[in-house]
Structure formats: C-alpha cells, structure tokens
Design a protein around this ligand. Structure first.
Ligand SMILES: Nc1ncnc2c1ncn2[C@@H]1O[C@H](COP(=O)(O)OP(=O)(O)OP(=O)(O)O)[C@@H](O)[C@H]1O
Length: 293
C-alpha cells in the first residue's frame, strides 16, 4: 500500500499542496480528481520522487520509498515523453530494460502488452506514425512493461475514444486484480465514476474527500428517492416535507425533509394505486465533487 502523509509543497511563495494525506490500496483503482491546478500532477511527481516535498512523507508498506523501489513503480506522466522516431516495440522493450528487465523478459512483456493493447500490427511502426490515441496506448505499455508494483497514471484516458478507454481500462483492471495499487488522475467524472473503487478529491492543494467510492456516495450529497407509479405522480408535491426534484409523468425524483420518511411516502403512494418501483438514489460523482470542493 502507498501512503501519502501530510505532504506539502510550495512554488515560490505559493503553497500548492497543504497537508495532503491519502492511501492507494492494493488491488484497487483509485481515481484522483481535481480541477485544473488543484495539485494532482504535483502530488504524483512527489510520489515518484521527480519533485521533492517540503514536508510530510510517502511510504510503501510502511517504509520510506527508496530509489531502488521507485524503479519498480510505473508512471505515465502528463507530458508524454517517448521518442517519436523510435519503433514502438523496440522503445517499450528498451524502457523495460532500463527498469532492470533482461532483454528476453523485456521483449516478452512488450509483446504481451502490445497484444493486450491491440497494437501488435503496429509494433514495427515509429511512434510518430501512430494516431494520438494509439500513441497513448504505447505510453500505457511503457508504464507497465516492467511489471510495476504500483501504477501512477496522469490522465491516462484523456483524448481516448470510448473503445480505447475500454482497452486501456481492461489492462489497468487486470493489473489491479493482480494486487497492484493503481492511482490515476482524471477530469472526466463520468469515466472515473465507472472505473474507480476508491476516490481522492483534491481542491486548491487540500484533500477534500477520500476513501471508498460507495462510502463517499453515502456520506456526501442529499439522499433522494425515485418512485414509479401507474399514473401521474404530481400529487407527491402536496405531501408535507417532500421536495420534488424531477417529475416525468408516473416517475418522480424527490428529497425528503425531517418531518417525513420514505415509508410514509410509500404508504401514501400505495393508497393511491400501484407502485412499480421505489428506490433510494445515491448522489453521482458529479454531485459529490461539487459538494466536497
Ligand atoms: N514548476 C512549477 N512552478 C511553479 N508553479 C507550479 C509548477 N508546477 C505546478 N505549479 C502550480 O502548482 C499548482 C498545481 O499544479 P498541478 O499541475 O499539480 O495541478 P493539476 O491538478 O495536475 O492540474 P491539471 O489538471 O491542470 O493538470 C498550479 O497552480 C500550478 O500552476
């Protein structure tokens, strides 16, 4: 497990990270969410040792992160730093060797990854001859070739079409399933909502919320209910302490005040006729994000 504890960082007089603490747990995809300039890239660089922290610590299974251990981390930086004129298989295998793999293992891992990422047919093409989406798949291969014990990915899904998102996601999920902690940043709330098990939300260099995604959905946002009846559900508006959010004929989305309960509403609905469905609706990531920051 990776543990970030009370990390701070300034650039000049500006404090860009303030007491940042969170965990990236084994076998879990952790989404790192924040607006532009919130501090995601700075945090990732500190984890990778590319940038020094001005306070706090980063530990791996309770131990400080040594340079030798960092070699075993996988990092996909925001500025995609591969060689445009080098053939992709050669390049990925070479990066594997730089991370300590022998030549045969590097080649085997490269071939397996390029196959998983649907790039086998392009393996002898130069990076610059690939579409931007395919170049990004190569970046993913480069971050994974040495079988990293931890994966840190800065915006791995940006600019990918939906099919490429699925392909990259499949590869990352497989690593997570093998027990590798995966931290990835993203602006795309809908993507993160679908992909992550845990969430870290950062705002202005401060952690606004972190932990299990479902637990956060329960903790943040206002609980709502959806009911579907047989005829128009507009009568719900007349009930005390019911606030209608959305009404679409027999379907209504509403919130409850303190003076009533979901069971009161259900009873009132059954008195009127058939109830086809009645479900609590948890807030979306979008709502959690807005409330947390
Ligand atoms: N080398 C630097 N010198 C000065 N300020 C910097 C430097 N790197 C980052 N910053 C500032 O630190 C803050 C956090 O930047 P960071 O890149 O970590 O944010 P981010 O959450 O990754 O944003 P984005 O989503 O736009 O990539 C920003 O205000 C940024 O301008």
């Amino acid at each position: 497990m990776l543990t970030v504890t009370s990390v701070s960082r300034r650039f000049g007089e500006t404090r860009v990270l303030d007491d940042v603490s969170f965990e990236v747990r084994p076998g879990r995809m952790t989404g790192f969410l924040g607006a532009n300039g919130a501090g995601k890239t700075t945090t990732m660089r500190i984890i990778l040792g590319v940038l020094a922290a001005h306070g706090g610590s980063v530990t791996w299974n309770g131990e400080p992160v040594s340079p030798a251990l960092r070699q075993r981390f996988g990092y996909m930086p925001e500025e995609r730093g591969l060689y445009p004129k080098m053939k992709i298989a050669e390049q990925v295998a070479w990066l594997g060797q730089l991370h300590g793999l022998d030549r045969d293992t590097a080649r085997r891992n490269t071939e397996a990854l390029l196959d998983q990422l649907d790039l086998t047919e392009r393996m002898n093409d130069k990076l610059e001859d690939l579409s931007l989406g395919n170049q990004q798949r190569v970046q993913v291969a480069a971050a994974l070739v040495h079988d990293p014990v931890l994966l840190i990915l800065d915006e791995p899904f940006s600019g990918l079409d939906p099919i490429a998102v699925e392909v990259v996601l499949g590869v990352l999920r497989e690593r997570a399933a093998r027990g590798v902690p995966v931290l990835f940043s993203s602006h795309q709330l809908a993507v993160v909502e679908r992909l992550c098990d845990d969430l870290v939300i950062i705002s202005g260099g401060v952690i606004a919320a972190s932990g299990d995604r479902e637990a956060l959905r329960h903790r943040y946002g206002t609980q709502r209910w959806e009911i579907v009846v047989d005829s128009d559900a507009g009568w719900l508006r007349d009930l005390d302490d019911v606030r209608m959010i959305d009404l679409d004929g027999p379907r209504a989305l509403f919130e409850l005040g303190d003076g009533t309960s979901d069971q009161d509403v259900l009873r009132a609905a059954l008195d009127k006729g058939a109830v086809r469905s009645f479900t609590p609706v948890l807030p979306s990531l979008d709502e959690i994000f807005k409330e947390a920051i």
